[in-house]
Design a protein around this ligand. Structure first.
Ligand code: SAH
Ligand code: SF4
Length: 377
């Protein structure tokens, strides 16, 4: 078996980058019994500790050794912002090599039948290589992939925060406080399927029943549409929810806002989605950022309806009024959104609209870092 090497730029091994079998292997290499791995996993992901000294059922010698040779994720929070209603929280994380990434926590009080949710929007890369014209991250260009530990730590940060101070919606003092993370979405900075192995490893780590124990159904991977990776994902034992950033109903228009379309045109993308559905029997969400005057007319809605109607109940469209970025796009007004959605319904395509949130803290991906970089210079 290959030796497990450190994934951080320091010499220490980042335990948050290791699956349970990898941690067992690493401990074996240190001459420790493998049952210690489950104990450590329990401290990391159930007790959410940040210090080896707290792992009180480990021998003192092992604790000191871990403190010297291992770390519990990189975590330097340069900024933390809470929206005025405290339903959106955003952090700017500095990685060991100085790269900056963002993560967002979105809190939803219980509504009717549905229970309360705490969703972390996770980054998978610093920057992004795909250059979508409406996306602040896309305009930064690609910097690097995140390690599995750098992905996992974003979720743990907010999990620890909620554990320390469970959240109750303002104005709903009688609602049950939320003290844990219920969902994660890979919709922060970067393209998760471009960093396939580390993303999948992070999801396995968070899914482990011996640790964080978050169900695959509570994990969403959002992709710009990397066809071979979508096909690979459909064969994984971990059946996560798939979201496709569609954003245009024709190749011509999609090619203008999303350069990736030239490599993987709509016919190939939709065929991969059909195969994903056939393999998993799971619904796919199609994200559609509404850009006023660009892709939001009734004609576009009809084209989108015709494109997705063959997928029937397996397709769901999430309409997202664009968050304004430097590129100068504007979101459509409520009437144009209503008309767009009604046309989709006429075609039998289920759809919803994403409620805007966190406007006062620049919550759209890439925006906080853009503000931060600008204010520094
Ligand atoms: N790279 C992946 C995941 C990160 S982006 C992807 O593209 O799917 C997460 C979602 O935010 C995508 O649907 C993306 O298109 C959308 N998005 C990007 N810029 C946005 C903006 N300015 N306003 C609203 N949504 C945006
Ligand atoms: Fe990258 Fe996604 Fe932004 Fe496109 S929308 S540039 S793929 S992060």
């Amino acid at each position: 078996m290959t030796r497990i090497v450190s994934h951080t730029t320091t010499k220490k091994i980042d335990l948050l980058a290791l699956t349970l079998p990898q941690l067992q292997q690493w401990l074996k290499e240190q001459g420790e019994p493998s049952f210690r791995a489950k104990q450590i996993y329990n401290w990391l992901y159930t007790h959410l500790v940040t210090d080896f000294a707290e792992m009180t059922n480990l021998p003192q010698s092992l604790r000191s050794r871990l403190a010297q040779e291992a770390s519990i994720g990189p975590i330097v929070v340069r900024r933390e912002l809470h929206s005025k209603d405290d339903r959106t929280r955003k952090i700017l994380l500095e990685l060991p090599d100085g790269k900056l990434i963002e993560s967002v926590l979105m809190l939803y009080p219980p509504l009717g039948e549905s229970s309360a949710r705490a969703t972390v929007c996770v980054s998978s890369q610093a920057g992004c290589a795909f250059g979508c014209t409406f996306c602040a991250t896309g305009q930064m260009g690609f910097e690097r992939h995140l390690s599995a530990g750098e992905i996992v730590v974003q979720v743990l940060y907010f999990a620890r925060e909620l554990r320390k101070a469970p959240w109750v919606a303002r104005g709903l003092p009688d609602s049950k406080p939320i003290d844990h993370i219920t969902n994660i979405v890979l919709m922060g900075m970067g393209e998760p399927l471009h960093n396939y192995d580390n993303v999948l490893r992070a999801l396995h780590i968070l899914n482990s029943p011996d640790g964080f124990n978050l169900g695959a159904r509570h994990m969403t991977v959002s992709t710009v549409g990397l066809v071979p990776a979508i096909r690979k994902l459909s064969q994984e034992p971990l059946q996560v929810h798939l979201a496709i950033s569609l954003h245009a109903p024709t190749d011509e228009l999609r090619g203008q806002t999303m350069p990736v379309n030239r490599k993987y045109p709509l016919s190939e993308l939709l065929a991969a989605c059909e195969d994903y559905i056939a393999a998993t029997r799971r619904q796919v969400t199609f994200e559609y950022v509404l850009l006023a005057g660009v892709n939001d007319t009734p004609t576009h809605a009809h084209q989108l309806g015709e494109l997705l109607a063959p997928l029937a109940q397996f397709a769901h469209v999430n309409c997202i009024p664009v968050n304004a970025t430097a590129a100068g796009y504007r979101p459509p007004g409520p009437e144009a959104i209503r008309t767009f959605r009604d046309i989709l319904f006429q075609h039998g395509v289920s759809n919803s609209v994403r409620a805007e949130r966190g406007d006062d803290i620049a919550a759209a991906c890439g925006q906080l870092r853009t503000h931060f970089d600008t204010s520094k210079s």
